[in-house]
Design a protein around this ligand. Structure first.
Ligand SMILES: [Zn+2]
Length: 169
């Protein structure tokens, strides 16, 4: 790897560390010539499935869309940007775990809903309300009192976020 500072051809790896569940390696490198230190990440090249929309149209996977939806649901809630990022990572992992070449937006929506249910009940209600159509409102009301079947095990559950009033929504 060339030095980003002086473009020298030889740089030395001074430290390697495995990140996440062994899917990413972080390397600290040092330029032998100008002594500049920099970091590189090595990860698998991953192919996300194609997204199938409700009307049958296909589109390429866009992480930003999931991120945006979750961010909107979490507005003014005690959820950090880091936490939102880690939820999106978890959802991407679930999408990859399906090992399908195509996945329905409905399925992804369910992954998001189950993640938000654990994270923050207000964000969950907001997302679910915008996600389900008005005709499905009965299903939504049932959904509010039932734990989603596809709940994931995460470490970002917040017990204290459940103490809310309706005015928070
Ligand atoms: Zn250099």
């Amino acid at each position: 790897m060339h030095c980003p500072s002086c473009q020298a051809i030889d740089t030395k790896v001074i430290e390697s560390r495995v990140h996440f569940d062994g899917t990413v390696i972080r390397r600290r490198r040092k330029c032998e010539q100008c002594e500049k230190r920099f970091t590189t990440y090595e990860k698998y090249e991953i192919q996300m499935p194609v997204i199938v929309k409700n009307d049958g149209r296909r589109e390429l996977y866009q992480r930003g869309k999931i991120h945006e939806g979750i961010e909107k649901a979490c507005q003014k809630r005690p959820v950090s940007a880091d936490k939102i990022d880690s939820i999106v990572n978890d959802i991407e992992k679930r999408i990859l775990d399906t090992q399908e070449i195509e996945i329905a937006t409905k399925q992804i929506g369910e992954f998001v809903i189950s993640a938000l249910y654990i994270l923050d009940i207000v964000a969950y209600v907001r997302f679910a309300a915008s996600y389900w159509k008005f005709e499905e409102i009965n299903e939504f009301i049932t959904g509010l009192s039932t734990v989603p079947s596809c709940l994931m095990t995460t470490n970002y559950a917040q017990e204290d976020s459940r103490n809310i009033g309706l005015s928070d929504i």
